[in-house]
Ligand binder design. Sequence first.
Ligand code: NAD
Ligand code: MG
Length: 285
Amino acid sequence: MTDYPKPPFPKQSQPVPGAQMKMDPYPDCGEQSYKGSGRLEGKIALITGADSGIGRAVAIAFAREGADVVVAYLNEQEDAQETARWVEQAGRQCLLLPGDVGQKAHCQALVDKTVERFGRIDILVNNAAFQMTHENIEDIPDEEWVMTFDVNITAMFRLCQAALKHMKPGSSIINTSSINSDMPKPTLLAYATTKGAIANFTAGLAQMLGPKNIRVNSVAPGPIWTPLIVSTMPEEDVQNFGSQTPLGRPGQPAEVAPIYVLLASDEASYITGQRYGVTGGKPML
Ligand code: NAD
Ligand code: MG
């Protein structure tokens, strides 16, 4: 807990979607630390936004637990290749699939290509997201509002709908929500609204899929040091990122991944419909 970097961080800013390669300090995705113990042996996982940040940490952890991983991402080729390198170093297969999950056809293609390569899906992690900071509601372009919903929540519906045809009893869906789901930051109005929707969607879908023995949960991170932050938040906020938490620092992606492993594993057989906070001590409602 005491070894991870604390603010203030160097001033930095990047265009969306951000490159993990260029971040200082470099986020810790568990590359040197995560130890697997066969908890996901032989499973097939499709993870969106797995090129960087939380998604990369989840991909590395899943691979070390014995899963083959499909890494879906927007266009960050170098970051995605770095994730693939770690998955393959763990002795597992990695399929890289770039493209925009805001497009219905791409959601279907992600599922089709995963099934074409691996034959089924055991774990679906809906983790890709867009956010942008705006001080006033008047400043939010209509297209950006709609796009935020397309990428963050509608893609989740489409991916679940398409993937479920290939998911057997015992499979697990994990959706990345946020502490913003019920503690909305006003400057992230569209994003926070989608994160509330994700928590609600998760609780509803879990009840629908219970009889099919498919579990659905969400994870609600607090401030985590990732490209999403340096590419969408004001520089001063980036410099002090995480300072408001009881731990006085942002979490690293490596500190979020273990809960995804638990929720994906057969050990979580009675855990469904829940939302798990990883907030560095910030209370959620
Ligand atoms: P990240 O930038 O590393 O990951 C987000 C990924 O989403 C990107 O790598 C990108 O490839 C993908 N993406 C964005 N738009 C896309 C699109 N249109 N089509 C396909 N992929 C697209 O950042 P992260 O912080 O690891 O984000 C992962 C998840 O964690 C997100 O759902 C985010 O909302 C959530 N989250 C992050 C924080 C935080 O503080 N970093 C806090 C709470 C929740
Ligand atoms: Mg990225």
